[in-house]
Design a binder for this molecule. Structure first.
Ligand SMILES: Cc1ncc(COP(=O)(O)O)c(C=O)c1O
Length: 361
């Protein structure tokens, strides 16, 4: 893999040490061009038959790409507006009874906690949290679903392999926002029933793109909450129209052709450089950053083999802003004393140097 060639695809890296892909990845110029092309065509020729045929074609290519990344079949993958959307589709699509319990992990993201809190309020489901590292031991007879991170957003800890042992006992919904495109994902090996992830983070696509993988064994048990023109098999059948019999039934009800084209182009930039190489380089650089921060005296939070590196700071918001002024983009994590750097294959040692230099008092 030619790391410098990959880096040149992302104009933002010409100016700043962009270490914020855990929020939104750097947008490659190919994505901006693909989006502009769709918009210019629409501007000139309108949005009728040909436009929708092209969008549907782009969607299916994107579905194939995302499915391949997760080691899955395209028919088991829904195209969503992001991780949160996929999580909501699952939590609102399952059958619940008063007193059922969802076991989640501590320090989860609002994109999981918000939908869980709504479920508790609206359906009387109990939500209990355990440490991610020991979540499997916390499963009990009332647990109907385990819903937790694949990679924890606050520090890059990876969910334990033992989660796979729950298969056949309790379904697992993995929040893969910091997983897909960041670490190797094989939904079969993970043993989960549902995997929700984002297109705008480690796949460098636009906001409003994402995916939900649904184990075929769970598809018939997941109610379709928002059937519409795009996810009905034969929309013209009126009240008799049924959703697609596979994961397409859970596609987002509106599709932006320009966003889909950008997401596909962004994916292909990384695909062309080889996913194994992209993932390995990102994890290696992140580990290097963690070591260098620790050597410089920073308290690095315990982490896993992921692309996130967090460390304590006495004034995280002020430091974040000071770093931004120095051209280094990281984020603070509200409610903690942590700053977080997200390291991708598009970064290089120069970005790490800039961060470490800018952190010096
Ligand atoms: C672990 C985790 N879950 C969920 C989300 C929400 O993702 P999305 O914006 O794709 O809904 C994020 C976003 O940062 C995240 O880090």
């Amino acid at each position: 893999m030619d790391a410098q060639e990959l880096r040149r695809e992302y104009p933002v890296l010409d100016d700043v040490a962009y270490l914020n892909s855990g929020t939104c990845g750097p947008l490659p110029r190919a994505a901006a061009a693909a989006s502009a092309q769709v918009l210019h065509h629409a501007e000139r020729h309108g949005r009728a038959g040909e436009h929708f045929v092209a969008t549907a074609h782009t969607q299916e290519r994107r579905r194939e790409r995302y499915a391949r990344l997760l080691g899955a079949d395209p028919s088991d993958l829904a195209l969503t507006t992001g991780t949160t959307h996929g999580i909501v589709q699952v939590l609102q699509g399952l059958d619940w009874h008063e007193g059922d319990e969802v076991l989640t992990a501590e320090s989860e993201h609002p994109g999981l906690l918000g939908p869980l809190a709504a479920l508790a309020r609206q359906r009387g489901v109990r939500v209990r949290a355990a440490p991610l590292e020991r979540i499997v031991d916390a499963v009990d007879d009332a647990t109907r679903l385990v819903a937790c991170s694949h990679v924890r957003w606050v520090d890059g800890t990876v969910a334990p392999d033992a989660l796979a042992g729950l298969r056949g006992r309790v379904p697992v919904l993995l929040d893969g926002a910091q997983g897909a495109g960041a670490v190797p994902v094989d939904v079969g090996a993970l043993g989960c029933a549902f995997y929700a992830a984002a297109g705008q983070k480690w796949l460098c696509g636009p906001v409003g793109t994402g995916m939900l993988w649904i184990d075929p064994a769970w598809q018939a048990r997941l109610h379709v909450r928002a059937p519409g023109y795009d996810n009905l098999a034969v929309p013209g059948e009126g009240l008799d129209a049924l959703p697609w019999p596979d994961a397409r039934a859970h596609d987002a009800p509106a599709t932006s052709g320009e966003a889909s084209a950008a997401a596909l182009a962004a994916f292909d930039v990384l695909d062309d450089h080889g996913w194994p190489q992209v993932l390995e380089r990102a994890a290696g650089l992140a580990a290097t950053l963690a070591d260098r921060l620790a050597e410089a005296g920073h308290a690095v939070a315990p982490r896993g083999p992921s692309t996130l590196v967090s460390w304590s700071d006495p004034a995280p918001v002020a430091t974040r802003d000071r770093l931004a002024t120095a051209g280094v983009i990281v984020r603070d994590l509200p409610g903690t004393d942590l700053l977080r750097a997200s390291v991708g294959a598009w970064n290089d040692e120069r970005d790490l140097d800039r961060l470490l230099t800018a952190l010096r008092p």
